[in-house]
Each structure stands twice: as structure tokens, then as C-alpha cells.
Design a protein around this ligand. Structure first.
Ligand SMILES: *[C@@H]1O[C@H](CO)[C@@H](O)[C@H](O)[C@H]1NC(C)=O
Ligand SMILES: *[C@@H]1O[C@H](CO)[C@@H](O)[C@H](O)[C@H]1NC(C)=O
Ligand SMILES: *[C@@H]1O[C@H](CO)[C@@H](O)[C@H](O)[C@H]1NC(C)=O
Length: 308
């Protein structure tokens, strides 16, 4: 009579573990879970950057549960925006809250990682892109143009990540989610690019380069950091690089058949860490991105470091 109780307990335990596993990942393959969790890193950044930029408050104010208790972002603030841009960025912010919820309802997710969204953090990227220290430093929060240029930095990277993740996904639930995220993310990128395209030949005050020139330099920097060829294009290109090799205007970026470029999580980490190395956090993620994929590289880095 001693057996039935432990056996029942064991079965209950297995059942519990099984149910927990299923309900925490909706029965998705582990590789899908990792690929779906990875973009949370970028969605957290976009949600806070857009909400703070337009409304002066972030996820913590509007939807605190979506942060899953992660630390507050550093240095983010309200931007000086005209009514039209403020309206559009507010819509983007609320869209990002939905994206966070949709991902978190499909996979367990992780708390918001520490984000460095200070003006200095953006200024550092822009200095690297233009190859000199700008004086005064670039301030993403100072005007419509500056804020749109800072916004040019992020959704596009997310977009290439969704394009890259899609063929690796196994379940139709995952593919459906990624298609939905990709659609709106590329829409945001298109709106940002179209607004900048209207201003392509304007100078980025008080500097001597134009909006188009800066987008070109930012795109080149991302390709350089990503270390995997050309996957990025500014607003005005050599006609040979435009659609069908026939046009210099480049309101949307795409490959020779105007298909969206793809990036792997490794390439994305190299870019958003601004270090060119998925093992070396920095840039917008001072302590690194979260989730199994990003953490696997931080762990390697630690081992390498200990071995040196
Ligand atoms: C946020 O989480 C708390 C604690 O789990 C819960 O009671 C509350 O209903 C949640 N709020 C929303 C809006 O989901
Ligand atoms: C945020 O970024 C700026 C510019 O790179 C840097 O000076 C600052 O130390 C960063 N903050 C943290 C906590 O990493
Ligand atoms: C480089 O890009 C190609 C195509 O976009 C991709 O298949 C490959 O996995 C990437 N390599 C790395 C190391 O990220």
C-alpha cells in the first residue's frame, strides 16, 4: 500500500510539468520559442522609445505588466514633436504595446532588459556613422527630423529580423504571429522613411549633412556592424542600387528584386550592441539583450573572458 501514493504523486508531477511546458510555450517547438522571444528585445525598446518620445511616459505608466518587472529605461524622454509627428508616434507606441502582448501571450518571454535610450546613446551611434564627434552632440529628442532619424535606427532592424526568422519557424502559430508583426513593423518603417524622404534634401540642423546623407551613413554603419553584406540602404542611392537598378529614390529598402532583406539574431545583436560582436553588449543594451539566443552569446563571452 506504500506504492500508490508516490506513483500518484509522480504522475501528478509529470502531468503538471507537461501541462506547464505546454501552457508556457503553447506546445511550440523550443526553437520557435527562442526565435519568437528574441524580438521582444527590440519591441521593448520601440515601445518605450515611442511612448516616451510622444507622450513623456513609457510602458511602466500605460501597461506596467508588459514590462514583466524589468528595469526602467535610462535617459529616455519626451521629444519636441509637431502635432502630426506626435500623433503618428503615439500610434506606433500603442501598436508596440500590442506587439509585446501578442508575443507574451504566445511564449513565456522575459522581463524588459536594461535599455540605454539617453540622448548620448543615440549621439554615439550617429558620431560613429558620420565618422566624427558632432558638436553640439546629436539630440534625438530635439525636433521632428532628429526624432525620425533616431526612429530610422530601430524598426528597420526589427523588420529584417522577422524576415530572417520566418523561414526558420516550424509551427503555423509562430509563422502567423511573425507575419502579423512583420506587416506592421514594415509599415512603421515605411511611414518613417516616407516622412524622412519628404525632407531628404533638408540639412540636419545645425550640421552640414542632409537627411538623405545621414540615412546613408546610418545604413552603411549597420551593414558594417552586421558583418554580413549589404542589407541596408539609405533614402537616396546610386540608381544601380534602386528598384530594378533604375532609380535613385529609395523610399523603401529591398534587394535586387525589391524583397526585404533578412538578418539573423547574431547580426541584429552586433548592430544594436553597436560593438559588431554578439558577445559584447553595449549601445542600447548595456547589460545585453535577453532570451536564450542572446544569452547564449553572453555566456560564451564570459567563458572566453575567463580563459584569457
Ligand atoms: C497585472 O498583473 C496583476 C498581477 O498579476 C494582475 O492582478 C492584473 O490584473 C494585471 N493587469 C492587467 C491589465 O492585465
Ligand atoms: C548610456 O550611453 C551613454 C553613451 O554611450 C554612456 O555614456 C552611458 O554611460 C550609458 N549608460 C549606461 C548605464 O551604460
Ligand atoms: C548571413 O546572411 C545570410 C543571408 O541573408 C544568412 O543565410 C546567413 O545565416 C547569415 N550569416 C550569419 C553568420 O549571420
Amino acid at each position: 500500500m506504500a506504492f500508490p501514493i508516490p506513483t500518484t504523486a509522480l504522475i501528478t508531477l509529470f502531468l503538471f510539468l507537461f501541462l506547464f511546458r505546454v501552457s508556457s510555450g503553447k506546445g511550440l517547438p523550443d526553437s520557435d520559442v527562442d526565435l519568437l522571444e528574441f524580438p521582444l528585445n527590440l519591441e521593448y525598446l520601440e515601445a518605450d522609445f515611442f511612448a516616451w518620445g510622444a507622450l513623456g511616459r513609457g510602458i511602466d505608466h500605460f501597461e506596467p505588466n508588459l514590462t514583466k518587472g524589468g528595469p526602467k529605461p535610462l535617459g529616455v524622454k519626451k521629444a519636441k514633436l509637431s502635432p502630426l509627428i506626435k500623433d503618428i508616434i503615439t500610434q506606433f507606441a500603442f501598436q508596440e504595446f500590442g506587439h509585446l502582448r501578442a508575443i507574451q501571450e504566445t511564449v513565456p518571454g522575459f522581463p524588459r532588459p536594461l535599455l540605454n535610450l539617453s540622448a548620448a546613446s543615440f549621439a554615439t551611434v550617429i558620431n560613429t556613422a558620420v565618422g566624427k564627434t558632432l558638436e553640439p552632440p546629436f539630440d534625438p529628442y530635439a525636433s521632428d527630423i532628429n526624432y525620425l532619424l533616431a526612429s530610422y535606427l530601430i524598426p528597420y532592424v526589427g523588420l529584417t529580423g522577422y524576415v530572417g526568422a520566418n523561414p526558420k519557424l516550424k509551427s503555423s502559430t509562430s509563422k502567423k504571429l511573425v507575419a502579423g508583426l512583420l506587416g506592421v513593423e514594415s509599415g512603421q518603417d515605411a511611414v518613417i522613411r516616407a516622412l524622412l524622404y519628404e525632407r531628404a534634401n533638408s540639412k540636419v540642423h545645425p550640421y552640414h549633412f542632409t537627411v538623405a546623407e545621414l540615412t546613408d551613413k546610418i545604413s552603411n554603419l549597420r551593414d558594417k556592424l552586421g558583418k554580413n553584406g549589404t542589407k541596408d540602404e539609405g533614402l537616396i542611392v546610386k540608381p544601380a542600387e534602386g528598384a530594378e537598378g533604375r532609380i535613385a529614390g529609395n523610399v523603401l529598402a529591398g534587394d535586387k528584386n525589391s524583397l526585404a532583406y533578412d538578418r539573423t539574431p547574431e547580426e541584429i545583436l552586433r548592430i544594436v550592441y553597436a560593438s559588431g560582436k554578439e558577445t559584447h553588449p553595449g549601445g542600447f543594451y548595456p547589460k545585453g539583450a535577453s532570451g536564450n539566443i542572446a544569452k547564449s552569446y553572453l555566456h560564451h563571452h564570459h567563458i572566453e573572458f575567463n580563459q584569457v
